[in-house]
Ligand binder design. Structure first.
Ligand code: HEM
Ligand code: SF4
Length: 554
């Protein structure tokens, strides 16, 4: 994990004291609303429906146990005893008091955390695979590249006032677990025929009002050129992106307007003057970033024996076996597994985690996973390095804390934005819809029979809940002042990313579980053996779903 040097620490500390002064002046009436706005946004502070919302940066989702304990302390003392994991791997606080935010930032700085650049029109937190560095299907560890991008982008003077916010995601595995097609820039580390690694660069993806799947700008970029090439893309965007209309300001609109060929040509032209310049990455610089992500002290384990022992345990206690099957993932080191902690228990807002759970997770990270934990863009958490022989003890502790719901990748592992419960932009509530669906489909056998299904919910078209790329997407809409929900099907955030298609007229909140039930029923009736929901949908199209859902309701 990256450790701050003296300069990082000083910059973060200085920022806290600046913001303390700015907040004091605002509260004393010396700064008006408009003057305070850019200052608070530069420090991750939004104005929300009921209280401010503070978004804390979690670089590429990585946290250590000290930071988790600090977050537990902050939520207990300054908030209502829980934190929220966002779809960009950050942590959000929904109830801080404005006058206490400088104190919260000072607490965060003491554990090398901050909220800088978590809002505003700058390059936001770079996100990646939650299994980075341990995934069995990984080509190389993407985290050093995220760190290189982080150091380059944080407080980058040229890119502090872009036309709109800018999001970069990196993936280096067979499966895309970072939704790179839905980002302003998506980077995929690939291998060529000689086994060398390079970047495939996508640009112009994004959700929100106009959802777009990113286009390939560069099929193969040598790694040392990463920053100069990113710089070229950002310059083209900074110069040509629209600043006259907020809804047309994202890079996706520019790429669409120019066409990918012309956009690529503009980037290449810009790159000519940057290529091989001072931002070219040297071997030493790459090695320096890689040195922060060395493998922990894994035990030398007999993988075969360890796996056999685990299998016996799973057979002896099927509930445990079930959790292992659903919530753990293959690890590249024999005898280890990565564990996903579900923050999707029925009755809790998806992605919420309490102060006591945070403390428990810190202890479990220390005991079982080298003191580290990750957040995921599906709003869960991960202990990446757990010995197979420890899984049983870990599971018992998680179960006691309500953190062992065996539903990762299934219908009730819902992605959901805060919606009308907190967010002032919402058209409709989203958390109660998620909860009603979770409650209706609690039967695990039925969930497993349905197979992997991604259900994503947003409270408005800003699409924070990624509804466009859910296999089933739900969008809160406003109809003459009443809250309604539009359903879309067939979205995907995988390597074959797709934007879902709208099913038809929207539904009331109480109709939603029934609507989902009909969609699932249609799938179950039409699926061929072993077909997933998405495969069936792609084969049969939207019409059979439409017919069934609207047969009686309309
Ligand atoms: C509660 C206060 C929030 C506000 C005011 C807010 C605001 C917005 C806005 C205005 C957009 C649309 C941007 C655009 O496409 O032009 C957006 C998109 C987005 N927000 Fe939020 N958001 C909030 C909470 C969240 C939360 C809780 C999450 C994560 C769970 C989140 C993550 C995202 C993501 C991932 C997008 C994606 C859109 C894209 O990729 O284009 N935001 N948000
Ligand atoms: S999708 Fe809309 S309602 Fe949901 S958090 Fe984003 S801005 Fe708010």
């Amino acid at each position: 994990m990256y450790i701050y040097d003296q300069y990082d620490q000083r910059i973060v500390d200085e920022r806290v004291s600046q913001f303390r002064q700015q907040t004091r002046r605002y509260l004393a009436g010396e700064l008006n609303e408009a003057e305070f706005l850019p200052l608070r946004l530069q420090n991750g502070l939004y104005v929300q429906r009921l209280a401010p919302m503070l978004r804390i940066a979690v670089p590429y989702g990585l946290l250590n146990s000290r930071q988790l304990r600090k977050l537990a302390h902050i939520t207990r003392h300054y908030d209502k005893g829980y934190a929220h994991v966002s779809t960009r791997q950050n942590i959000q606080l929904n109830w801080p008091q404005l006058e206490e935010v400088p104190d919260i930032l000072a607490e965060l700085a003491s554990v090398q955390m901050h909220a800088i650049q978590t809002s505003g029109n700058c390059i936001r937190n770079t996100t990646t695979d939650q299994f980075a560095g341990v995934a069995a299907d990984e080509r190389e560890d993407p985290r050093p590249w995220c760190e290189i991008i982080r150091q380059w982008s944080t407080l980058h003077p040229e890119f502090a006032f872009l036309p709109r916010k800018f999001k970069i995601a990196v993936c280096a595995s067979e499966q895309d677990r970072a939704a790179i097609h839905a980002h302003d820039i998506g980077l995929e580390i690939l291998a060529n025929d000689q086994g060398e690694h390079g970047f495939r660069v996508l640009a112009g993806g994004g959700l929100g009002r106009t959802p777009v799947i990113g286009s390939v700008v560069c099929e193969w970029l040598e790694k040392r050129h990463l920053l100069t090439y990113l710089e070229a893309i950002l310059r083209v965007y900074n110069q040509h992106g629209r600043r006259d209309n907020k809804f047309k300001a994202r890079i996706k609109i520019l790429v669409k307007a120019m066409g990918i060929e012309q956009f690529r040509a503009a980037v290449e032209r810009e790159w000519e003057s940057l290529r091989d310049g001072p931002s070219t990455l040297t071997e030493q610089e790459i090695a320096r970033a890689q040195s922060f992500f060395t493998a922990p002290d894994y035990a030398a384990v007999d993988g075969g024996a360890s796996a056999r022992e685990l299998r016996t345990r799973c057979e002896a206690e099927p509930i445990f076996g079930n959790w292992v099957r659903r919530n753990t993932a293959a690890h590249r080191v024999p005898g280890y597994q990565a564990v996903t902690i579900s923050l999707k228990a029925t009755g809790f807002a998806p992605g919420d985690v309490t102060d006591t759970q945070l403390e428990l997770l810190a202890n479990l990270a220390d005991q079982f996973s080298f003191g580290e934990l990750r957040t995921t863009h599906q709003q869960n958490m991960v202990l990446a390095d757990v010995r197979q022989t420890d899984l049983y003890a870990l599971w018992q502790r998680l179960q006691a804390a309500g953190l062992a719901t065996p539903n990762i990748g299934y219908l009730t592992d819902v992605i959901c934005c805060p919606g009308g419960d907190y967010c002032s932009l919402a058209n409709a509530k989203s958390i109660p819809v998620a909860e009603a669906i979770q409650a209706r489909f609690e039967d695990l056998d039925y969930l497993y029979d349905l197979g992997p299904i991604e259900l994503n919910i947003s409270g408005c078209m800003n699409a924070c809940g990624h509804h466009h790329i859910g296999h089933i997407g739900i969008l809160g809409v406003d109809k003459k002042g009443a809250e309604f929900y539009q359903v879309s099907l067939g979205g995907s955030q995988s390597r074959e990313a797709a934007i879902g298609k709208i099913l038809g007229p929207s539904f009331s909140q109480q109709d939603m579980p029934e609507v989902i039930d009909k969609i699932l029923g249609t799938y179950v009736d039409l699926r061929r053996e072993e077909e997933t929901f998405l495969q069936t949908y792609n084969r049969v199209g939207i019409d059979p779903f439409k017919e069934r859902v609207y047969a009686r309701t309309h």
